[in-house]
Design a protein around this ligand. Structure first.
Ligand code: ADP
Length: 172
């Protein structure tokens, strides 16, 4: 029996404004992850802060930049489910700074920003996506964006070939 981990992904304002929502969500779908919740939201500054304050390591200055950035334009919030969803999604998005993220990752393929430019201009680095870093972060972050009734439990037809030991009925 596989463990169905859930992770919170935010497509940040740069992803929505650059019409990359379909492209990015498609990358999560094609790896086999299942969408269990998704919506377009214009976050308040309080909601943006509630989300980023879950990470106690972010300096106050970066927190402020993120608060301004996230509340400036809509984001798409998504909950994805699947085996090891948290590390799989982090692998797909690539490292935080676009300058360093590998080609083939979402940030590596679609962004061009760097810390030095972002810091010089006094803003958050534009790296398209946020994804939960751990199970405990995912649990808290999902609650910032979704009520529990908005998470939809359903069986996807793909799950049989992705995970099931018993393929007896697959030819019928
Ligand atoms: P990640 O989003 O990869 O989990 P962090 O949690 O460390 O990375 O940072 C949260 C967000 O803050 C990053 O995605 C990025 O947008 C922004 N950020 C982090 N460090 C910097 C920095 N030095 N300059 C500008 N923005 C930053």
């Amino acid at each position: 029996m596989n463990k169905k981990e859930r992770t919170l992904v935010l497509l940040k304002p740069d992803a929505v404004q650059r019409n990359l929502v379909g492209e990015i969500v498609g990358r999560f779908e094609r790896v086999g992850l299942k969408i269990v919740a998704m919506k377009l939201v214009l976050p308040t500054q309080e909601q943006a802060l509630a989300h980023y304050k879950i990470n106690p390591e972010l300096p106050e200055k970066i927190l402020n930049h993120l608060k301004v950035f996230l509340s400036a334009s809509p984001v798409v919030a998504v909950v994805l489910e699947g085996n090891k969803a948290i590390p799989i999604v982090r692998k797909l998005i690539g490292s935080t700074e676009p300058l360093k993220s590998d080609i083939g990752t979402i940030r590596g393929d679609y962004t061009i920003d760097s810390y030095d430019l972002a810091d010089k201009d006094g803003r958050a680095v534009r790296n398209l996506v946020h994804a939960s870093a751990s199970e405990s972060d995912a649990e808290k972050e999902i609650k910032v964006w979704f009520a529990s009734k908005e998470l939809v439990n359903y069986k996807s037809v793909r799950e049989k070939i992705l995970y099931d030991v018993n393929l007896d009925n697959i030819l019928e």
